[in-house]
Design a protein around this ligand. Structure first.
Ligand SMILES: Nc1ncnc2c1ncn2[C@@H]1O[C@H](COP(=O)(O)OP(=O)(O)O)[C@@H](O)[C@H]1O
Ligand SMILES: [Mg+2]
Length: 394
């Protein structure tokens, strides 16, 4: 029998799922099967659809997929997020015979609201995709992807998982509105990357909402951040409202938190407490379910001096980020090399194989770098040298 892989667009996923549910199917993620291999032979191919989207986070895609498929009793329907099409169509070219998009006319399209409970309130947060909206399968994939995107920081990753799990429970009970994380540590160790990774793993398509408090250190900072009071000249509502309104994900990043002043600190105390962000015009935004990440280059000692005990105790989680060890720095180089390899292949149809990776690893002495940004710059430099070498050799 011909094996087909069907691709769906993210926007269609829930409609597709609903229509399949009506036909008696449920959808399970391949990640769930990886996590519980004993479930594989139990899969009922006549009522279970396998979603392969999570595969892109694994290595040896072809062989692990073949292994799973060979244990099925029959051939289920396979589906996948269309954004992964290029990669999976290539990696699974020997596994599937046909790659095609889901027939859009086969299911009705509904208007959706993410949060039915908020229905009668005119609140902006409805349109944001949040960690509390994920179902258990999606959460497994989320953590998998998050771990693979952020290198090192294994203690943080464990704690983060626990924080999220607790948050999801207590948020549902109405006892925990916003999950707040305070990340400290020197520049270039991955603090901002945490917010980017959460944004990407929640499948953000617009822009991460990010505010740099370094720009809000004068006495007018609060009014420019949340909008100037009526009659006051300036923007109508502040940057933070604009950024939250424009993003599609329930994550807010506050960079350089310590640069600001007491009025902003107090404002945020209140936001964390109530889950509501109010502009000086009186407009309210419900941030229920949001993750707010505060980052700071502050040292542990200064943290105590600069940030009041009330505010300190209000953060759900505080963590000191340190520089990645050499092993993880090398992993990061490998990851960057792989990305460049793919792009070179797509752009120029040249297959570099492991060559670029080995070249970069041999040229860059990771132990002499105190900062991932500098490693990144060096990767770019070395890549140019590598290109020059290639072209002269040709
Ligand atoms: N642990 C990490 N995992 C993946 N990428 C990282 C990590 N640490 C740093 N980077 C990369 O290094 C650069 C600087 O990291 P960033 O998170 O912006 O640093 P900061 O700690 O100053 O916020 C970014 O391009 C980021 O992608
Ligand atoms: Mg940063």
């Amino acid at each position: 029998m011909e094996k087909t892989l069907l691709f769906y667009e993210k926007d269609d996923y829930y409609d597709f799922k609903d229509s399949k549910n009506l036909e008696g199917y449920s959808i399970i993620s391949i990640a769930k099967l990886f996590h519980n291999p004993s479930l594989i032979p139990e899969v009922d191919v006549d009522s279970e659809i396998i979603d392969l989207s999570a595969l892109t986070e694994y290595n040896s895609i072809q062989s692990i997929t073949e292994q799973v498929i060979s244990q099925f009793n029959g051939t289920p329907i396979f589906i996948c997020d269309v954004s992964k099409r290029e990669k999976l169509e290539y990696e699974l070219r020997f596994v599937f015979d046909v790659f095609e998009n889901v027939d859009k006319t086969s299911f009705p399209k509904k208007e959706r609201e993410i949060h039915p409970v908020d229905k009668d309130k005119q609140l902006v947060s409805k349109k944001h995709r949040k960690i509390i909206d994920l179902d258990n399968d999606e959460l497994i994939i989320f953590f998998d992807e998050f771990s693979s995107k952020l290198y090192g920081h294994s203690k943080f990753k464990d704690d983060f998982r626990e924080q999220i799990n607790t948050f999801r429970v207590f948020n549902k009970l109405g006892e925990h509105k916003i999950l707040s994380l305070f990340l400290m540590g020197e520049s270039g160790v991955g603090k901002t990357e945490v917010a980017r990774a959460i944004f990407n793993c929640l499948k953000g398509e617009k822009k991460l909402a990010k505010i740099n408090f370094g720009n809000y250190s004068n006495e007018f900072s609060l009014s420019s951040l949340i909008g100037s009071a009526r009659g006051y000249t300036g923007s109508e509502d502040g940057e933070i409202f604009m950024k939250v309104r424009e993003t599609d994900i329930g994550v807010l990043l506050i960079d350089e938190f310590e640069k600001s002043n007491a009025s902003l600190f107090n404002y945020f105390l209140n936001v964390l407490e109530t889950g509501i962000m109010e502009s000086s015009m009186g407009e309210q935004m419900d941030l229920n379910g949001f993750i707010i990440i505060f980052t700071s280059n502050i040292s542990k000692e200064d943290f105590k001096k600069r940030i009041s005990p009330e505010l300190r105790s209000r953060f759900d989680y505080k963590c000191m980020f340190t520089l990645l060890d050499n092993f993880d720095k090398k992993k990061y180089i490998e990851f960057r090399a792989e990305r460049i390899r793919k792009k070179v292949f797509i752009e120029y149809n040249i297959e570099l194989g492991d060559e670029l990776k080995n070249y970069l690893l041999s040229k860059i002495n990771v132990s002499s770098y105190k900062n991932m940004r500098d490693i990144n710059k060096q990767i770019k430099k070395e890549f140019l040298c590598y290109l020059a070498k290639l072209t002269t050799e040709d």
